[in-house]
Design a binder for this molecule. Sequence first.
Ligand SMILES: NC(=O)c1ccc[n+]([C@@H]2O[C@H](COP(=O)([O-])OP(=O)(O)OC[C@H]3O[C@@H](n4cnc5c(N)ncnc54)[C@H](O)[C@@H]3O)[C@@H](O)[C@H]2O)c1
Length: 259
Amino acid sequence: MLNGKVAVVTGAATGIGRGICLALARQGAKVAALDIDSANNAETAGLVQGAGGDCLPVTCDVGDRQQVRLAMALVLREFGRVDLLVNNAAFWDNSSLREGTYDSQTAQFEQAISSCTLGSFNCSSAVVPALRAAGGGNIVNLITEHVKEGHYLTGRRGLGYDCAKFAQWRLTAVLAAELKTDNIRVNGLCFGATDTPMLRGEAPDLADRAMKPEDLAQAVLNVIAHGPGGPTGETYLFGTSGTPREESVRAIAALAPAG
Ligand SMILES: NC(=O)c1ccc[n+]([C@@H]2O[C@H](COP(=O)([O-])OP(=O)(O)OC[C@H]3O[C@@H](n4cnc5c(N)ncnc54)[C@H](O)[C@@H]3O)[C@@H](O)[C@H]2O)c1
């Protein structure tokens, strides 16, 4: 499905990002894997290459606009085009004002906003000229169920994370409208517990019955499978925390074009 296409995946060193890199490469795409974690990102590239795919690991803090500019220039030099951007990088913070110090609270909040909100905007801004040059393409944002009514996070943790995700959710709608005439579709995935290092760090009790990274990779494939003229500006809700994995997998299958 993706022979001759090039994808950029952020937060590719582990978890869902790694699963997406593997799935896109399996479909024939060349993959640029961006992450701040060079060691694990090199491991992702090794896994993709070991499975016969083409993967360029790029060390990049997506919240740093100069690093993003250089990373995208490198991707274009190596692969010559970009057809798909997956904004997946995020940092789960603890910026509760009931714990820690001014320095720890503000640093955590800043890191969450930087990795997710700034990261999604910086990467979109850097990649859109290449998507236009390719005649169109896709941006898929990995959001969270927390932005949907009835699924808001309560409690003390993840305040910066959720603020960053609300901004990413809004960005999805606005960029979709703005880029529609360029044949660039922008969609988001709003989902719950998925078995990754992030979840095992925060809610290990949920991890065993949660979705797996390959399920989210399939969701990305199903969203982009609609091709030019497919839905844009959607923020699909599925796989909310506590849903049995089989049911989530069925909801993901329903994201694919009919037939
Ligand atoms: N795991 C879940 O249960 C779950 C649920 C809902 C949404 N999500 C979303 O899915 C996405 C992936 O989550 P995950 O569980 O795989 O996370 P993870 O923490 O396992 O992996 C996140 C990756 O992002 C990278 N990263 C963080 N900040 C970065 C930055 N500034 N620049 C570049 N890379 C950076 C990390 O190094 C890491 O490799 C995230 O957007 C997350 O919010 C996850």
